[in-house]
Design a protein around this ligand. Structure first.
Ligand code: AMP
Length: 403
């Protein structure tokens, strides 16, 4: 990681006050109990490392979509007990993120304590990227550590302007994400294969256009494959039995032409699973493309022949990037293809034959459902930031820490 500033670049941290921009935007139930602590747990190593280097740590984050200051249902105070539990150190909550209260709390911090400040988005200036707000935020600290990769696609004050006010660096989570994505897409070992699934082509145009220029093979599956199949002449596909987007046929053809011009092989389904109803365990059958029923059945997954094709392409690859499920993974048995391909990719990864990087929205739950969440090289928990990286866009929160 020579390209970006890391904790090593901050020098001696003993006695310094370090502000850590984390992502503590965790899911919560109606009683304000955290229902999934993954984001908290992933912040803990950076906090502990900063503390072990002698720094006093002040944690900041956004939370939810508050309607201005004092919107208590979006207060980070609800997260403080969970952070304390995960960290094993006392967490002192401060009811603001700028101003005198914060400055006093920092002055009276004890060595073994961590401060957690109130939701950054209580101030509109955060989303506006306001420089004065950023200066206020970091006024009483010595160094700034940016660890919220999931917000790195937004030029918010805490992601960009604040970074410029003090000596700053990536936290370990941000470093890990950027390393993994660089290895996956910017500097991959080839052949590089991408799997893109999900429901609609229209939401993933930028992604597809970028990938066909970078990857050696592009597997298109899920509902979005229907448009590509129709565009490549599979006449049995129609609006009654699939998610084909008729207004996207020309776009799909253009993407396929760009792929050809860039020597990118597009891999489409060769058989599909059709179902009588959109519900778990509905009556279903696997059919070749020419036997897709014109109506009364919907395409909910890809079949065993397609799974075998994708898996053989994985055998030839050195790097995989994956976004989007291959079928309706939320309902059995239509999670079959996603599970089998994920398990094969996991095996190749475990055998040291494949670098596998996945992320973005539903992909994390689809891979967890397949039981492979610990068996890929890296699964990013960042939704939007991961997708924008796959789209080839520069992320402001990452670029700002280039050396
Ligand atoms: P996305 O958010 O675009 O990645 O889409 C994820 C969603 O696509 C999941 O909820 C899947 O159930 C859905 N999906 C995948 N394949 C299909 C399909 N063949 N028909 C309908 N929905 C699908």
């Amino acid at each position: 990681m020579n390209e970006y500033k890391t904790i090593e670049d901050l020098g001696n941290l003993s006695g310094k006050v370090a502000m850590l921009r984390a992502d503590l935007n965790v899911p919560m139930d109606e009683n304000f109990h955290v229902t999934n602590t993954a984001r908290i747990d992933r912040t803990v190593p950076t906090i502990k490392e900063l503390m072990s280097k002698g720094a006093k740590v002040v944690v900041i984050s956004h939370f939810g979509r508050p309607e201005g200051k004092g919107d208590m249902k979006n207060s980070l105070s609800h997260v403080a007990p969970e952070l304390e539990k995960a960290l094993g150190h006392k967490v002192v909550f401060v009811e603001d993120c700028i101003g005198e209260k914060v400055e006093n709390a920092i002055k009276s911090m004890k060595a073994d304590e961590v401060l957690l400040l109130e939701n950054l988005r209580f101030y509109d200036e955060e989303k506006k990227g306001d420089e004065n707000f950023a200066k206020e935020l970091t006024k009483a600290v010595d160094v700034y550590v940016s660890d919220a990769f999931s917000t790195a696609h937004r030029a918010h004050a805490s992601m960009v302007a604040a970074v410029k006010t003090k000596p700053a660096a990536f936290g370990r989570l941000m470093e890990e994400e950027v390393n993994a994505l660089t290895k996956g897409l910017n500097n991959p070992e080839r052949p590089l294969i991408a799997i893109v699934g999900g429901s609609k082509v229209s939401t993933k145009l930028d992604l597809l256009n970028n990938l066909v220029k970078k990857v050696d093979k592009l597997v298109i599956s899920g509902g979005m494959a229907h448009t590509f199949m129709k565009a490549s002449g599979i006449d049995t596909i129609n609006e009654a039995n699939s998610l084909v987007q008729m207004d996207m046929l020309d776009t799909a053809k253009e993407i396929m032409a760009t792929a050809k011009a860039n020597n990118c092989e597009i891999v489409l389904p060769v058989d599909v699973v059709v179902s009588k109803e959109f519900k778990p365990m509905a009556e279903h059958k696997t059919v070749d493309l020419e036997h897709i029923p014109a109506e009364g059945w919907s395409l909910l997954d890809v079949g065993e022949k397609t799974i075998a094709v994708i898996n053989s392409k994985l055998d030839e690859a050195k790097t995989l990037v994956w976004n989007g499920p291959l079928g309706v993974f939320e309902m059995k048995p239509f999670d079959n293809a996603t599970n089998k391909v994920a398990q094969h990719a996991a095996e190749l990864t475990q055998e040291g034959k494949l670098t596998s990087v996945a992320g973005g929205g539903d992909t994390v739950s689809a891979l967890a459902n397949a039981g492979v969440e610990d068996k890929f090289t890296y699964i990013s928990t960042a939704g939007g930031a991961f997708l924008e990286w796959m789209e080839g866009k520069e992320l402001p929160g990452v670029v700002v820490l280039k050396k």
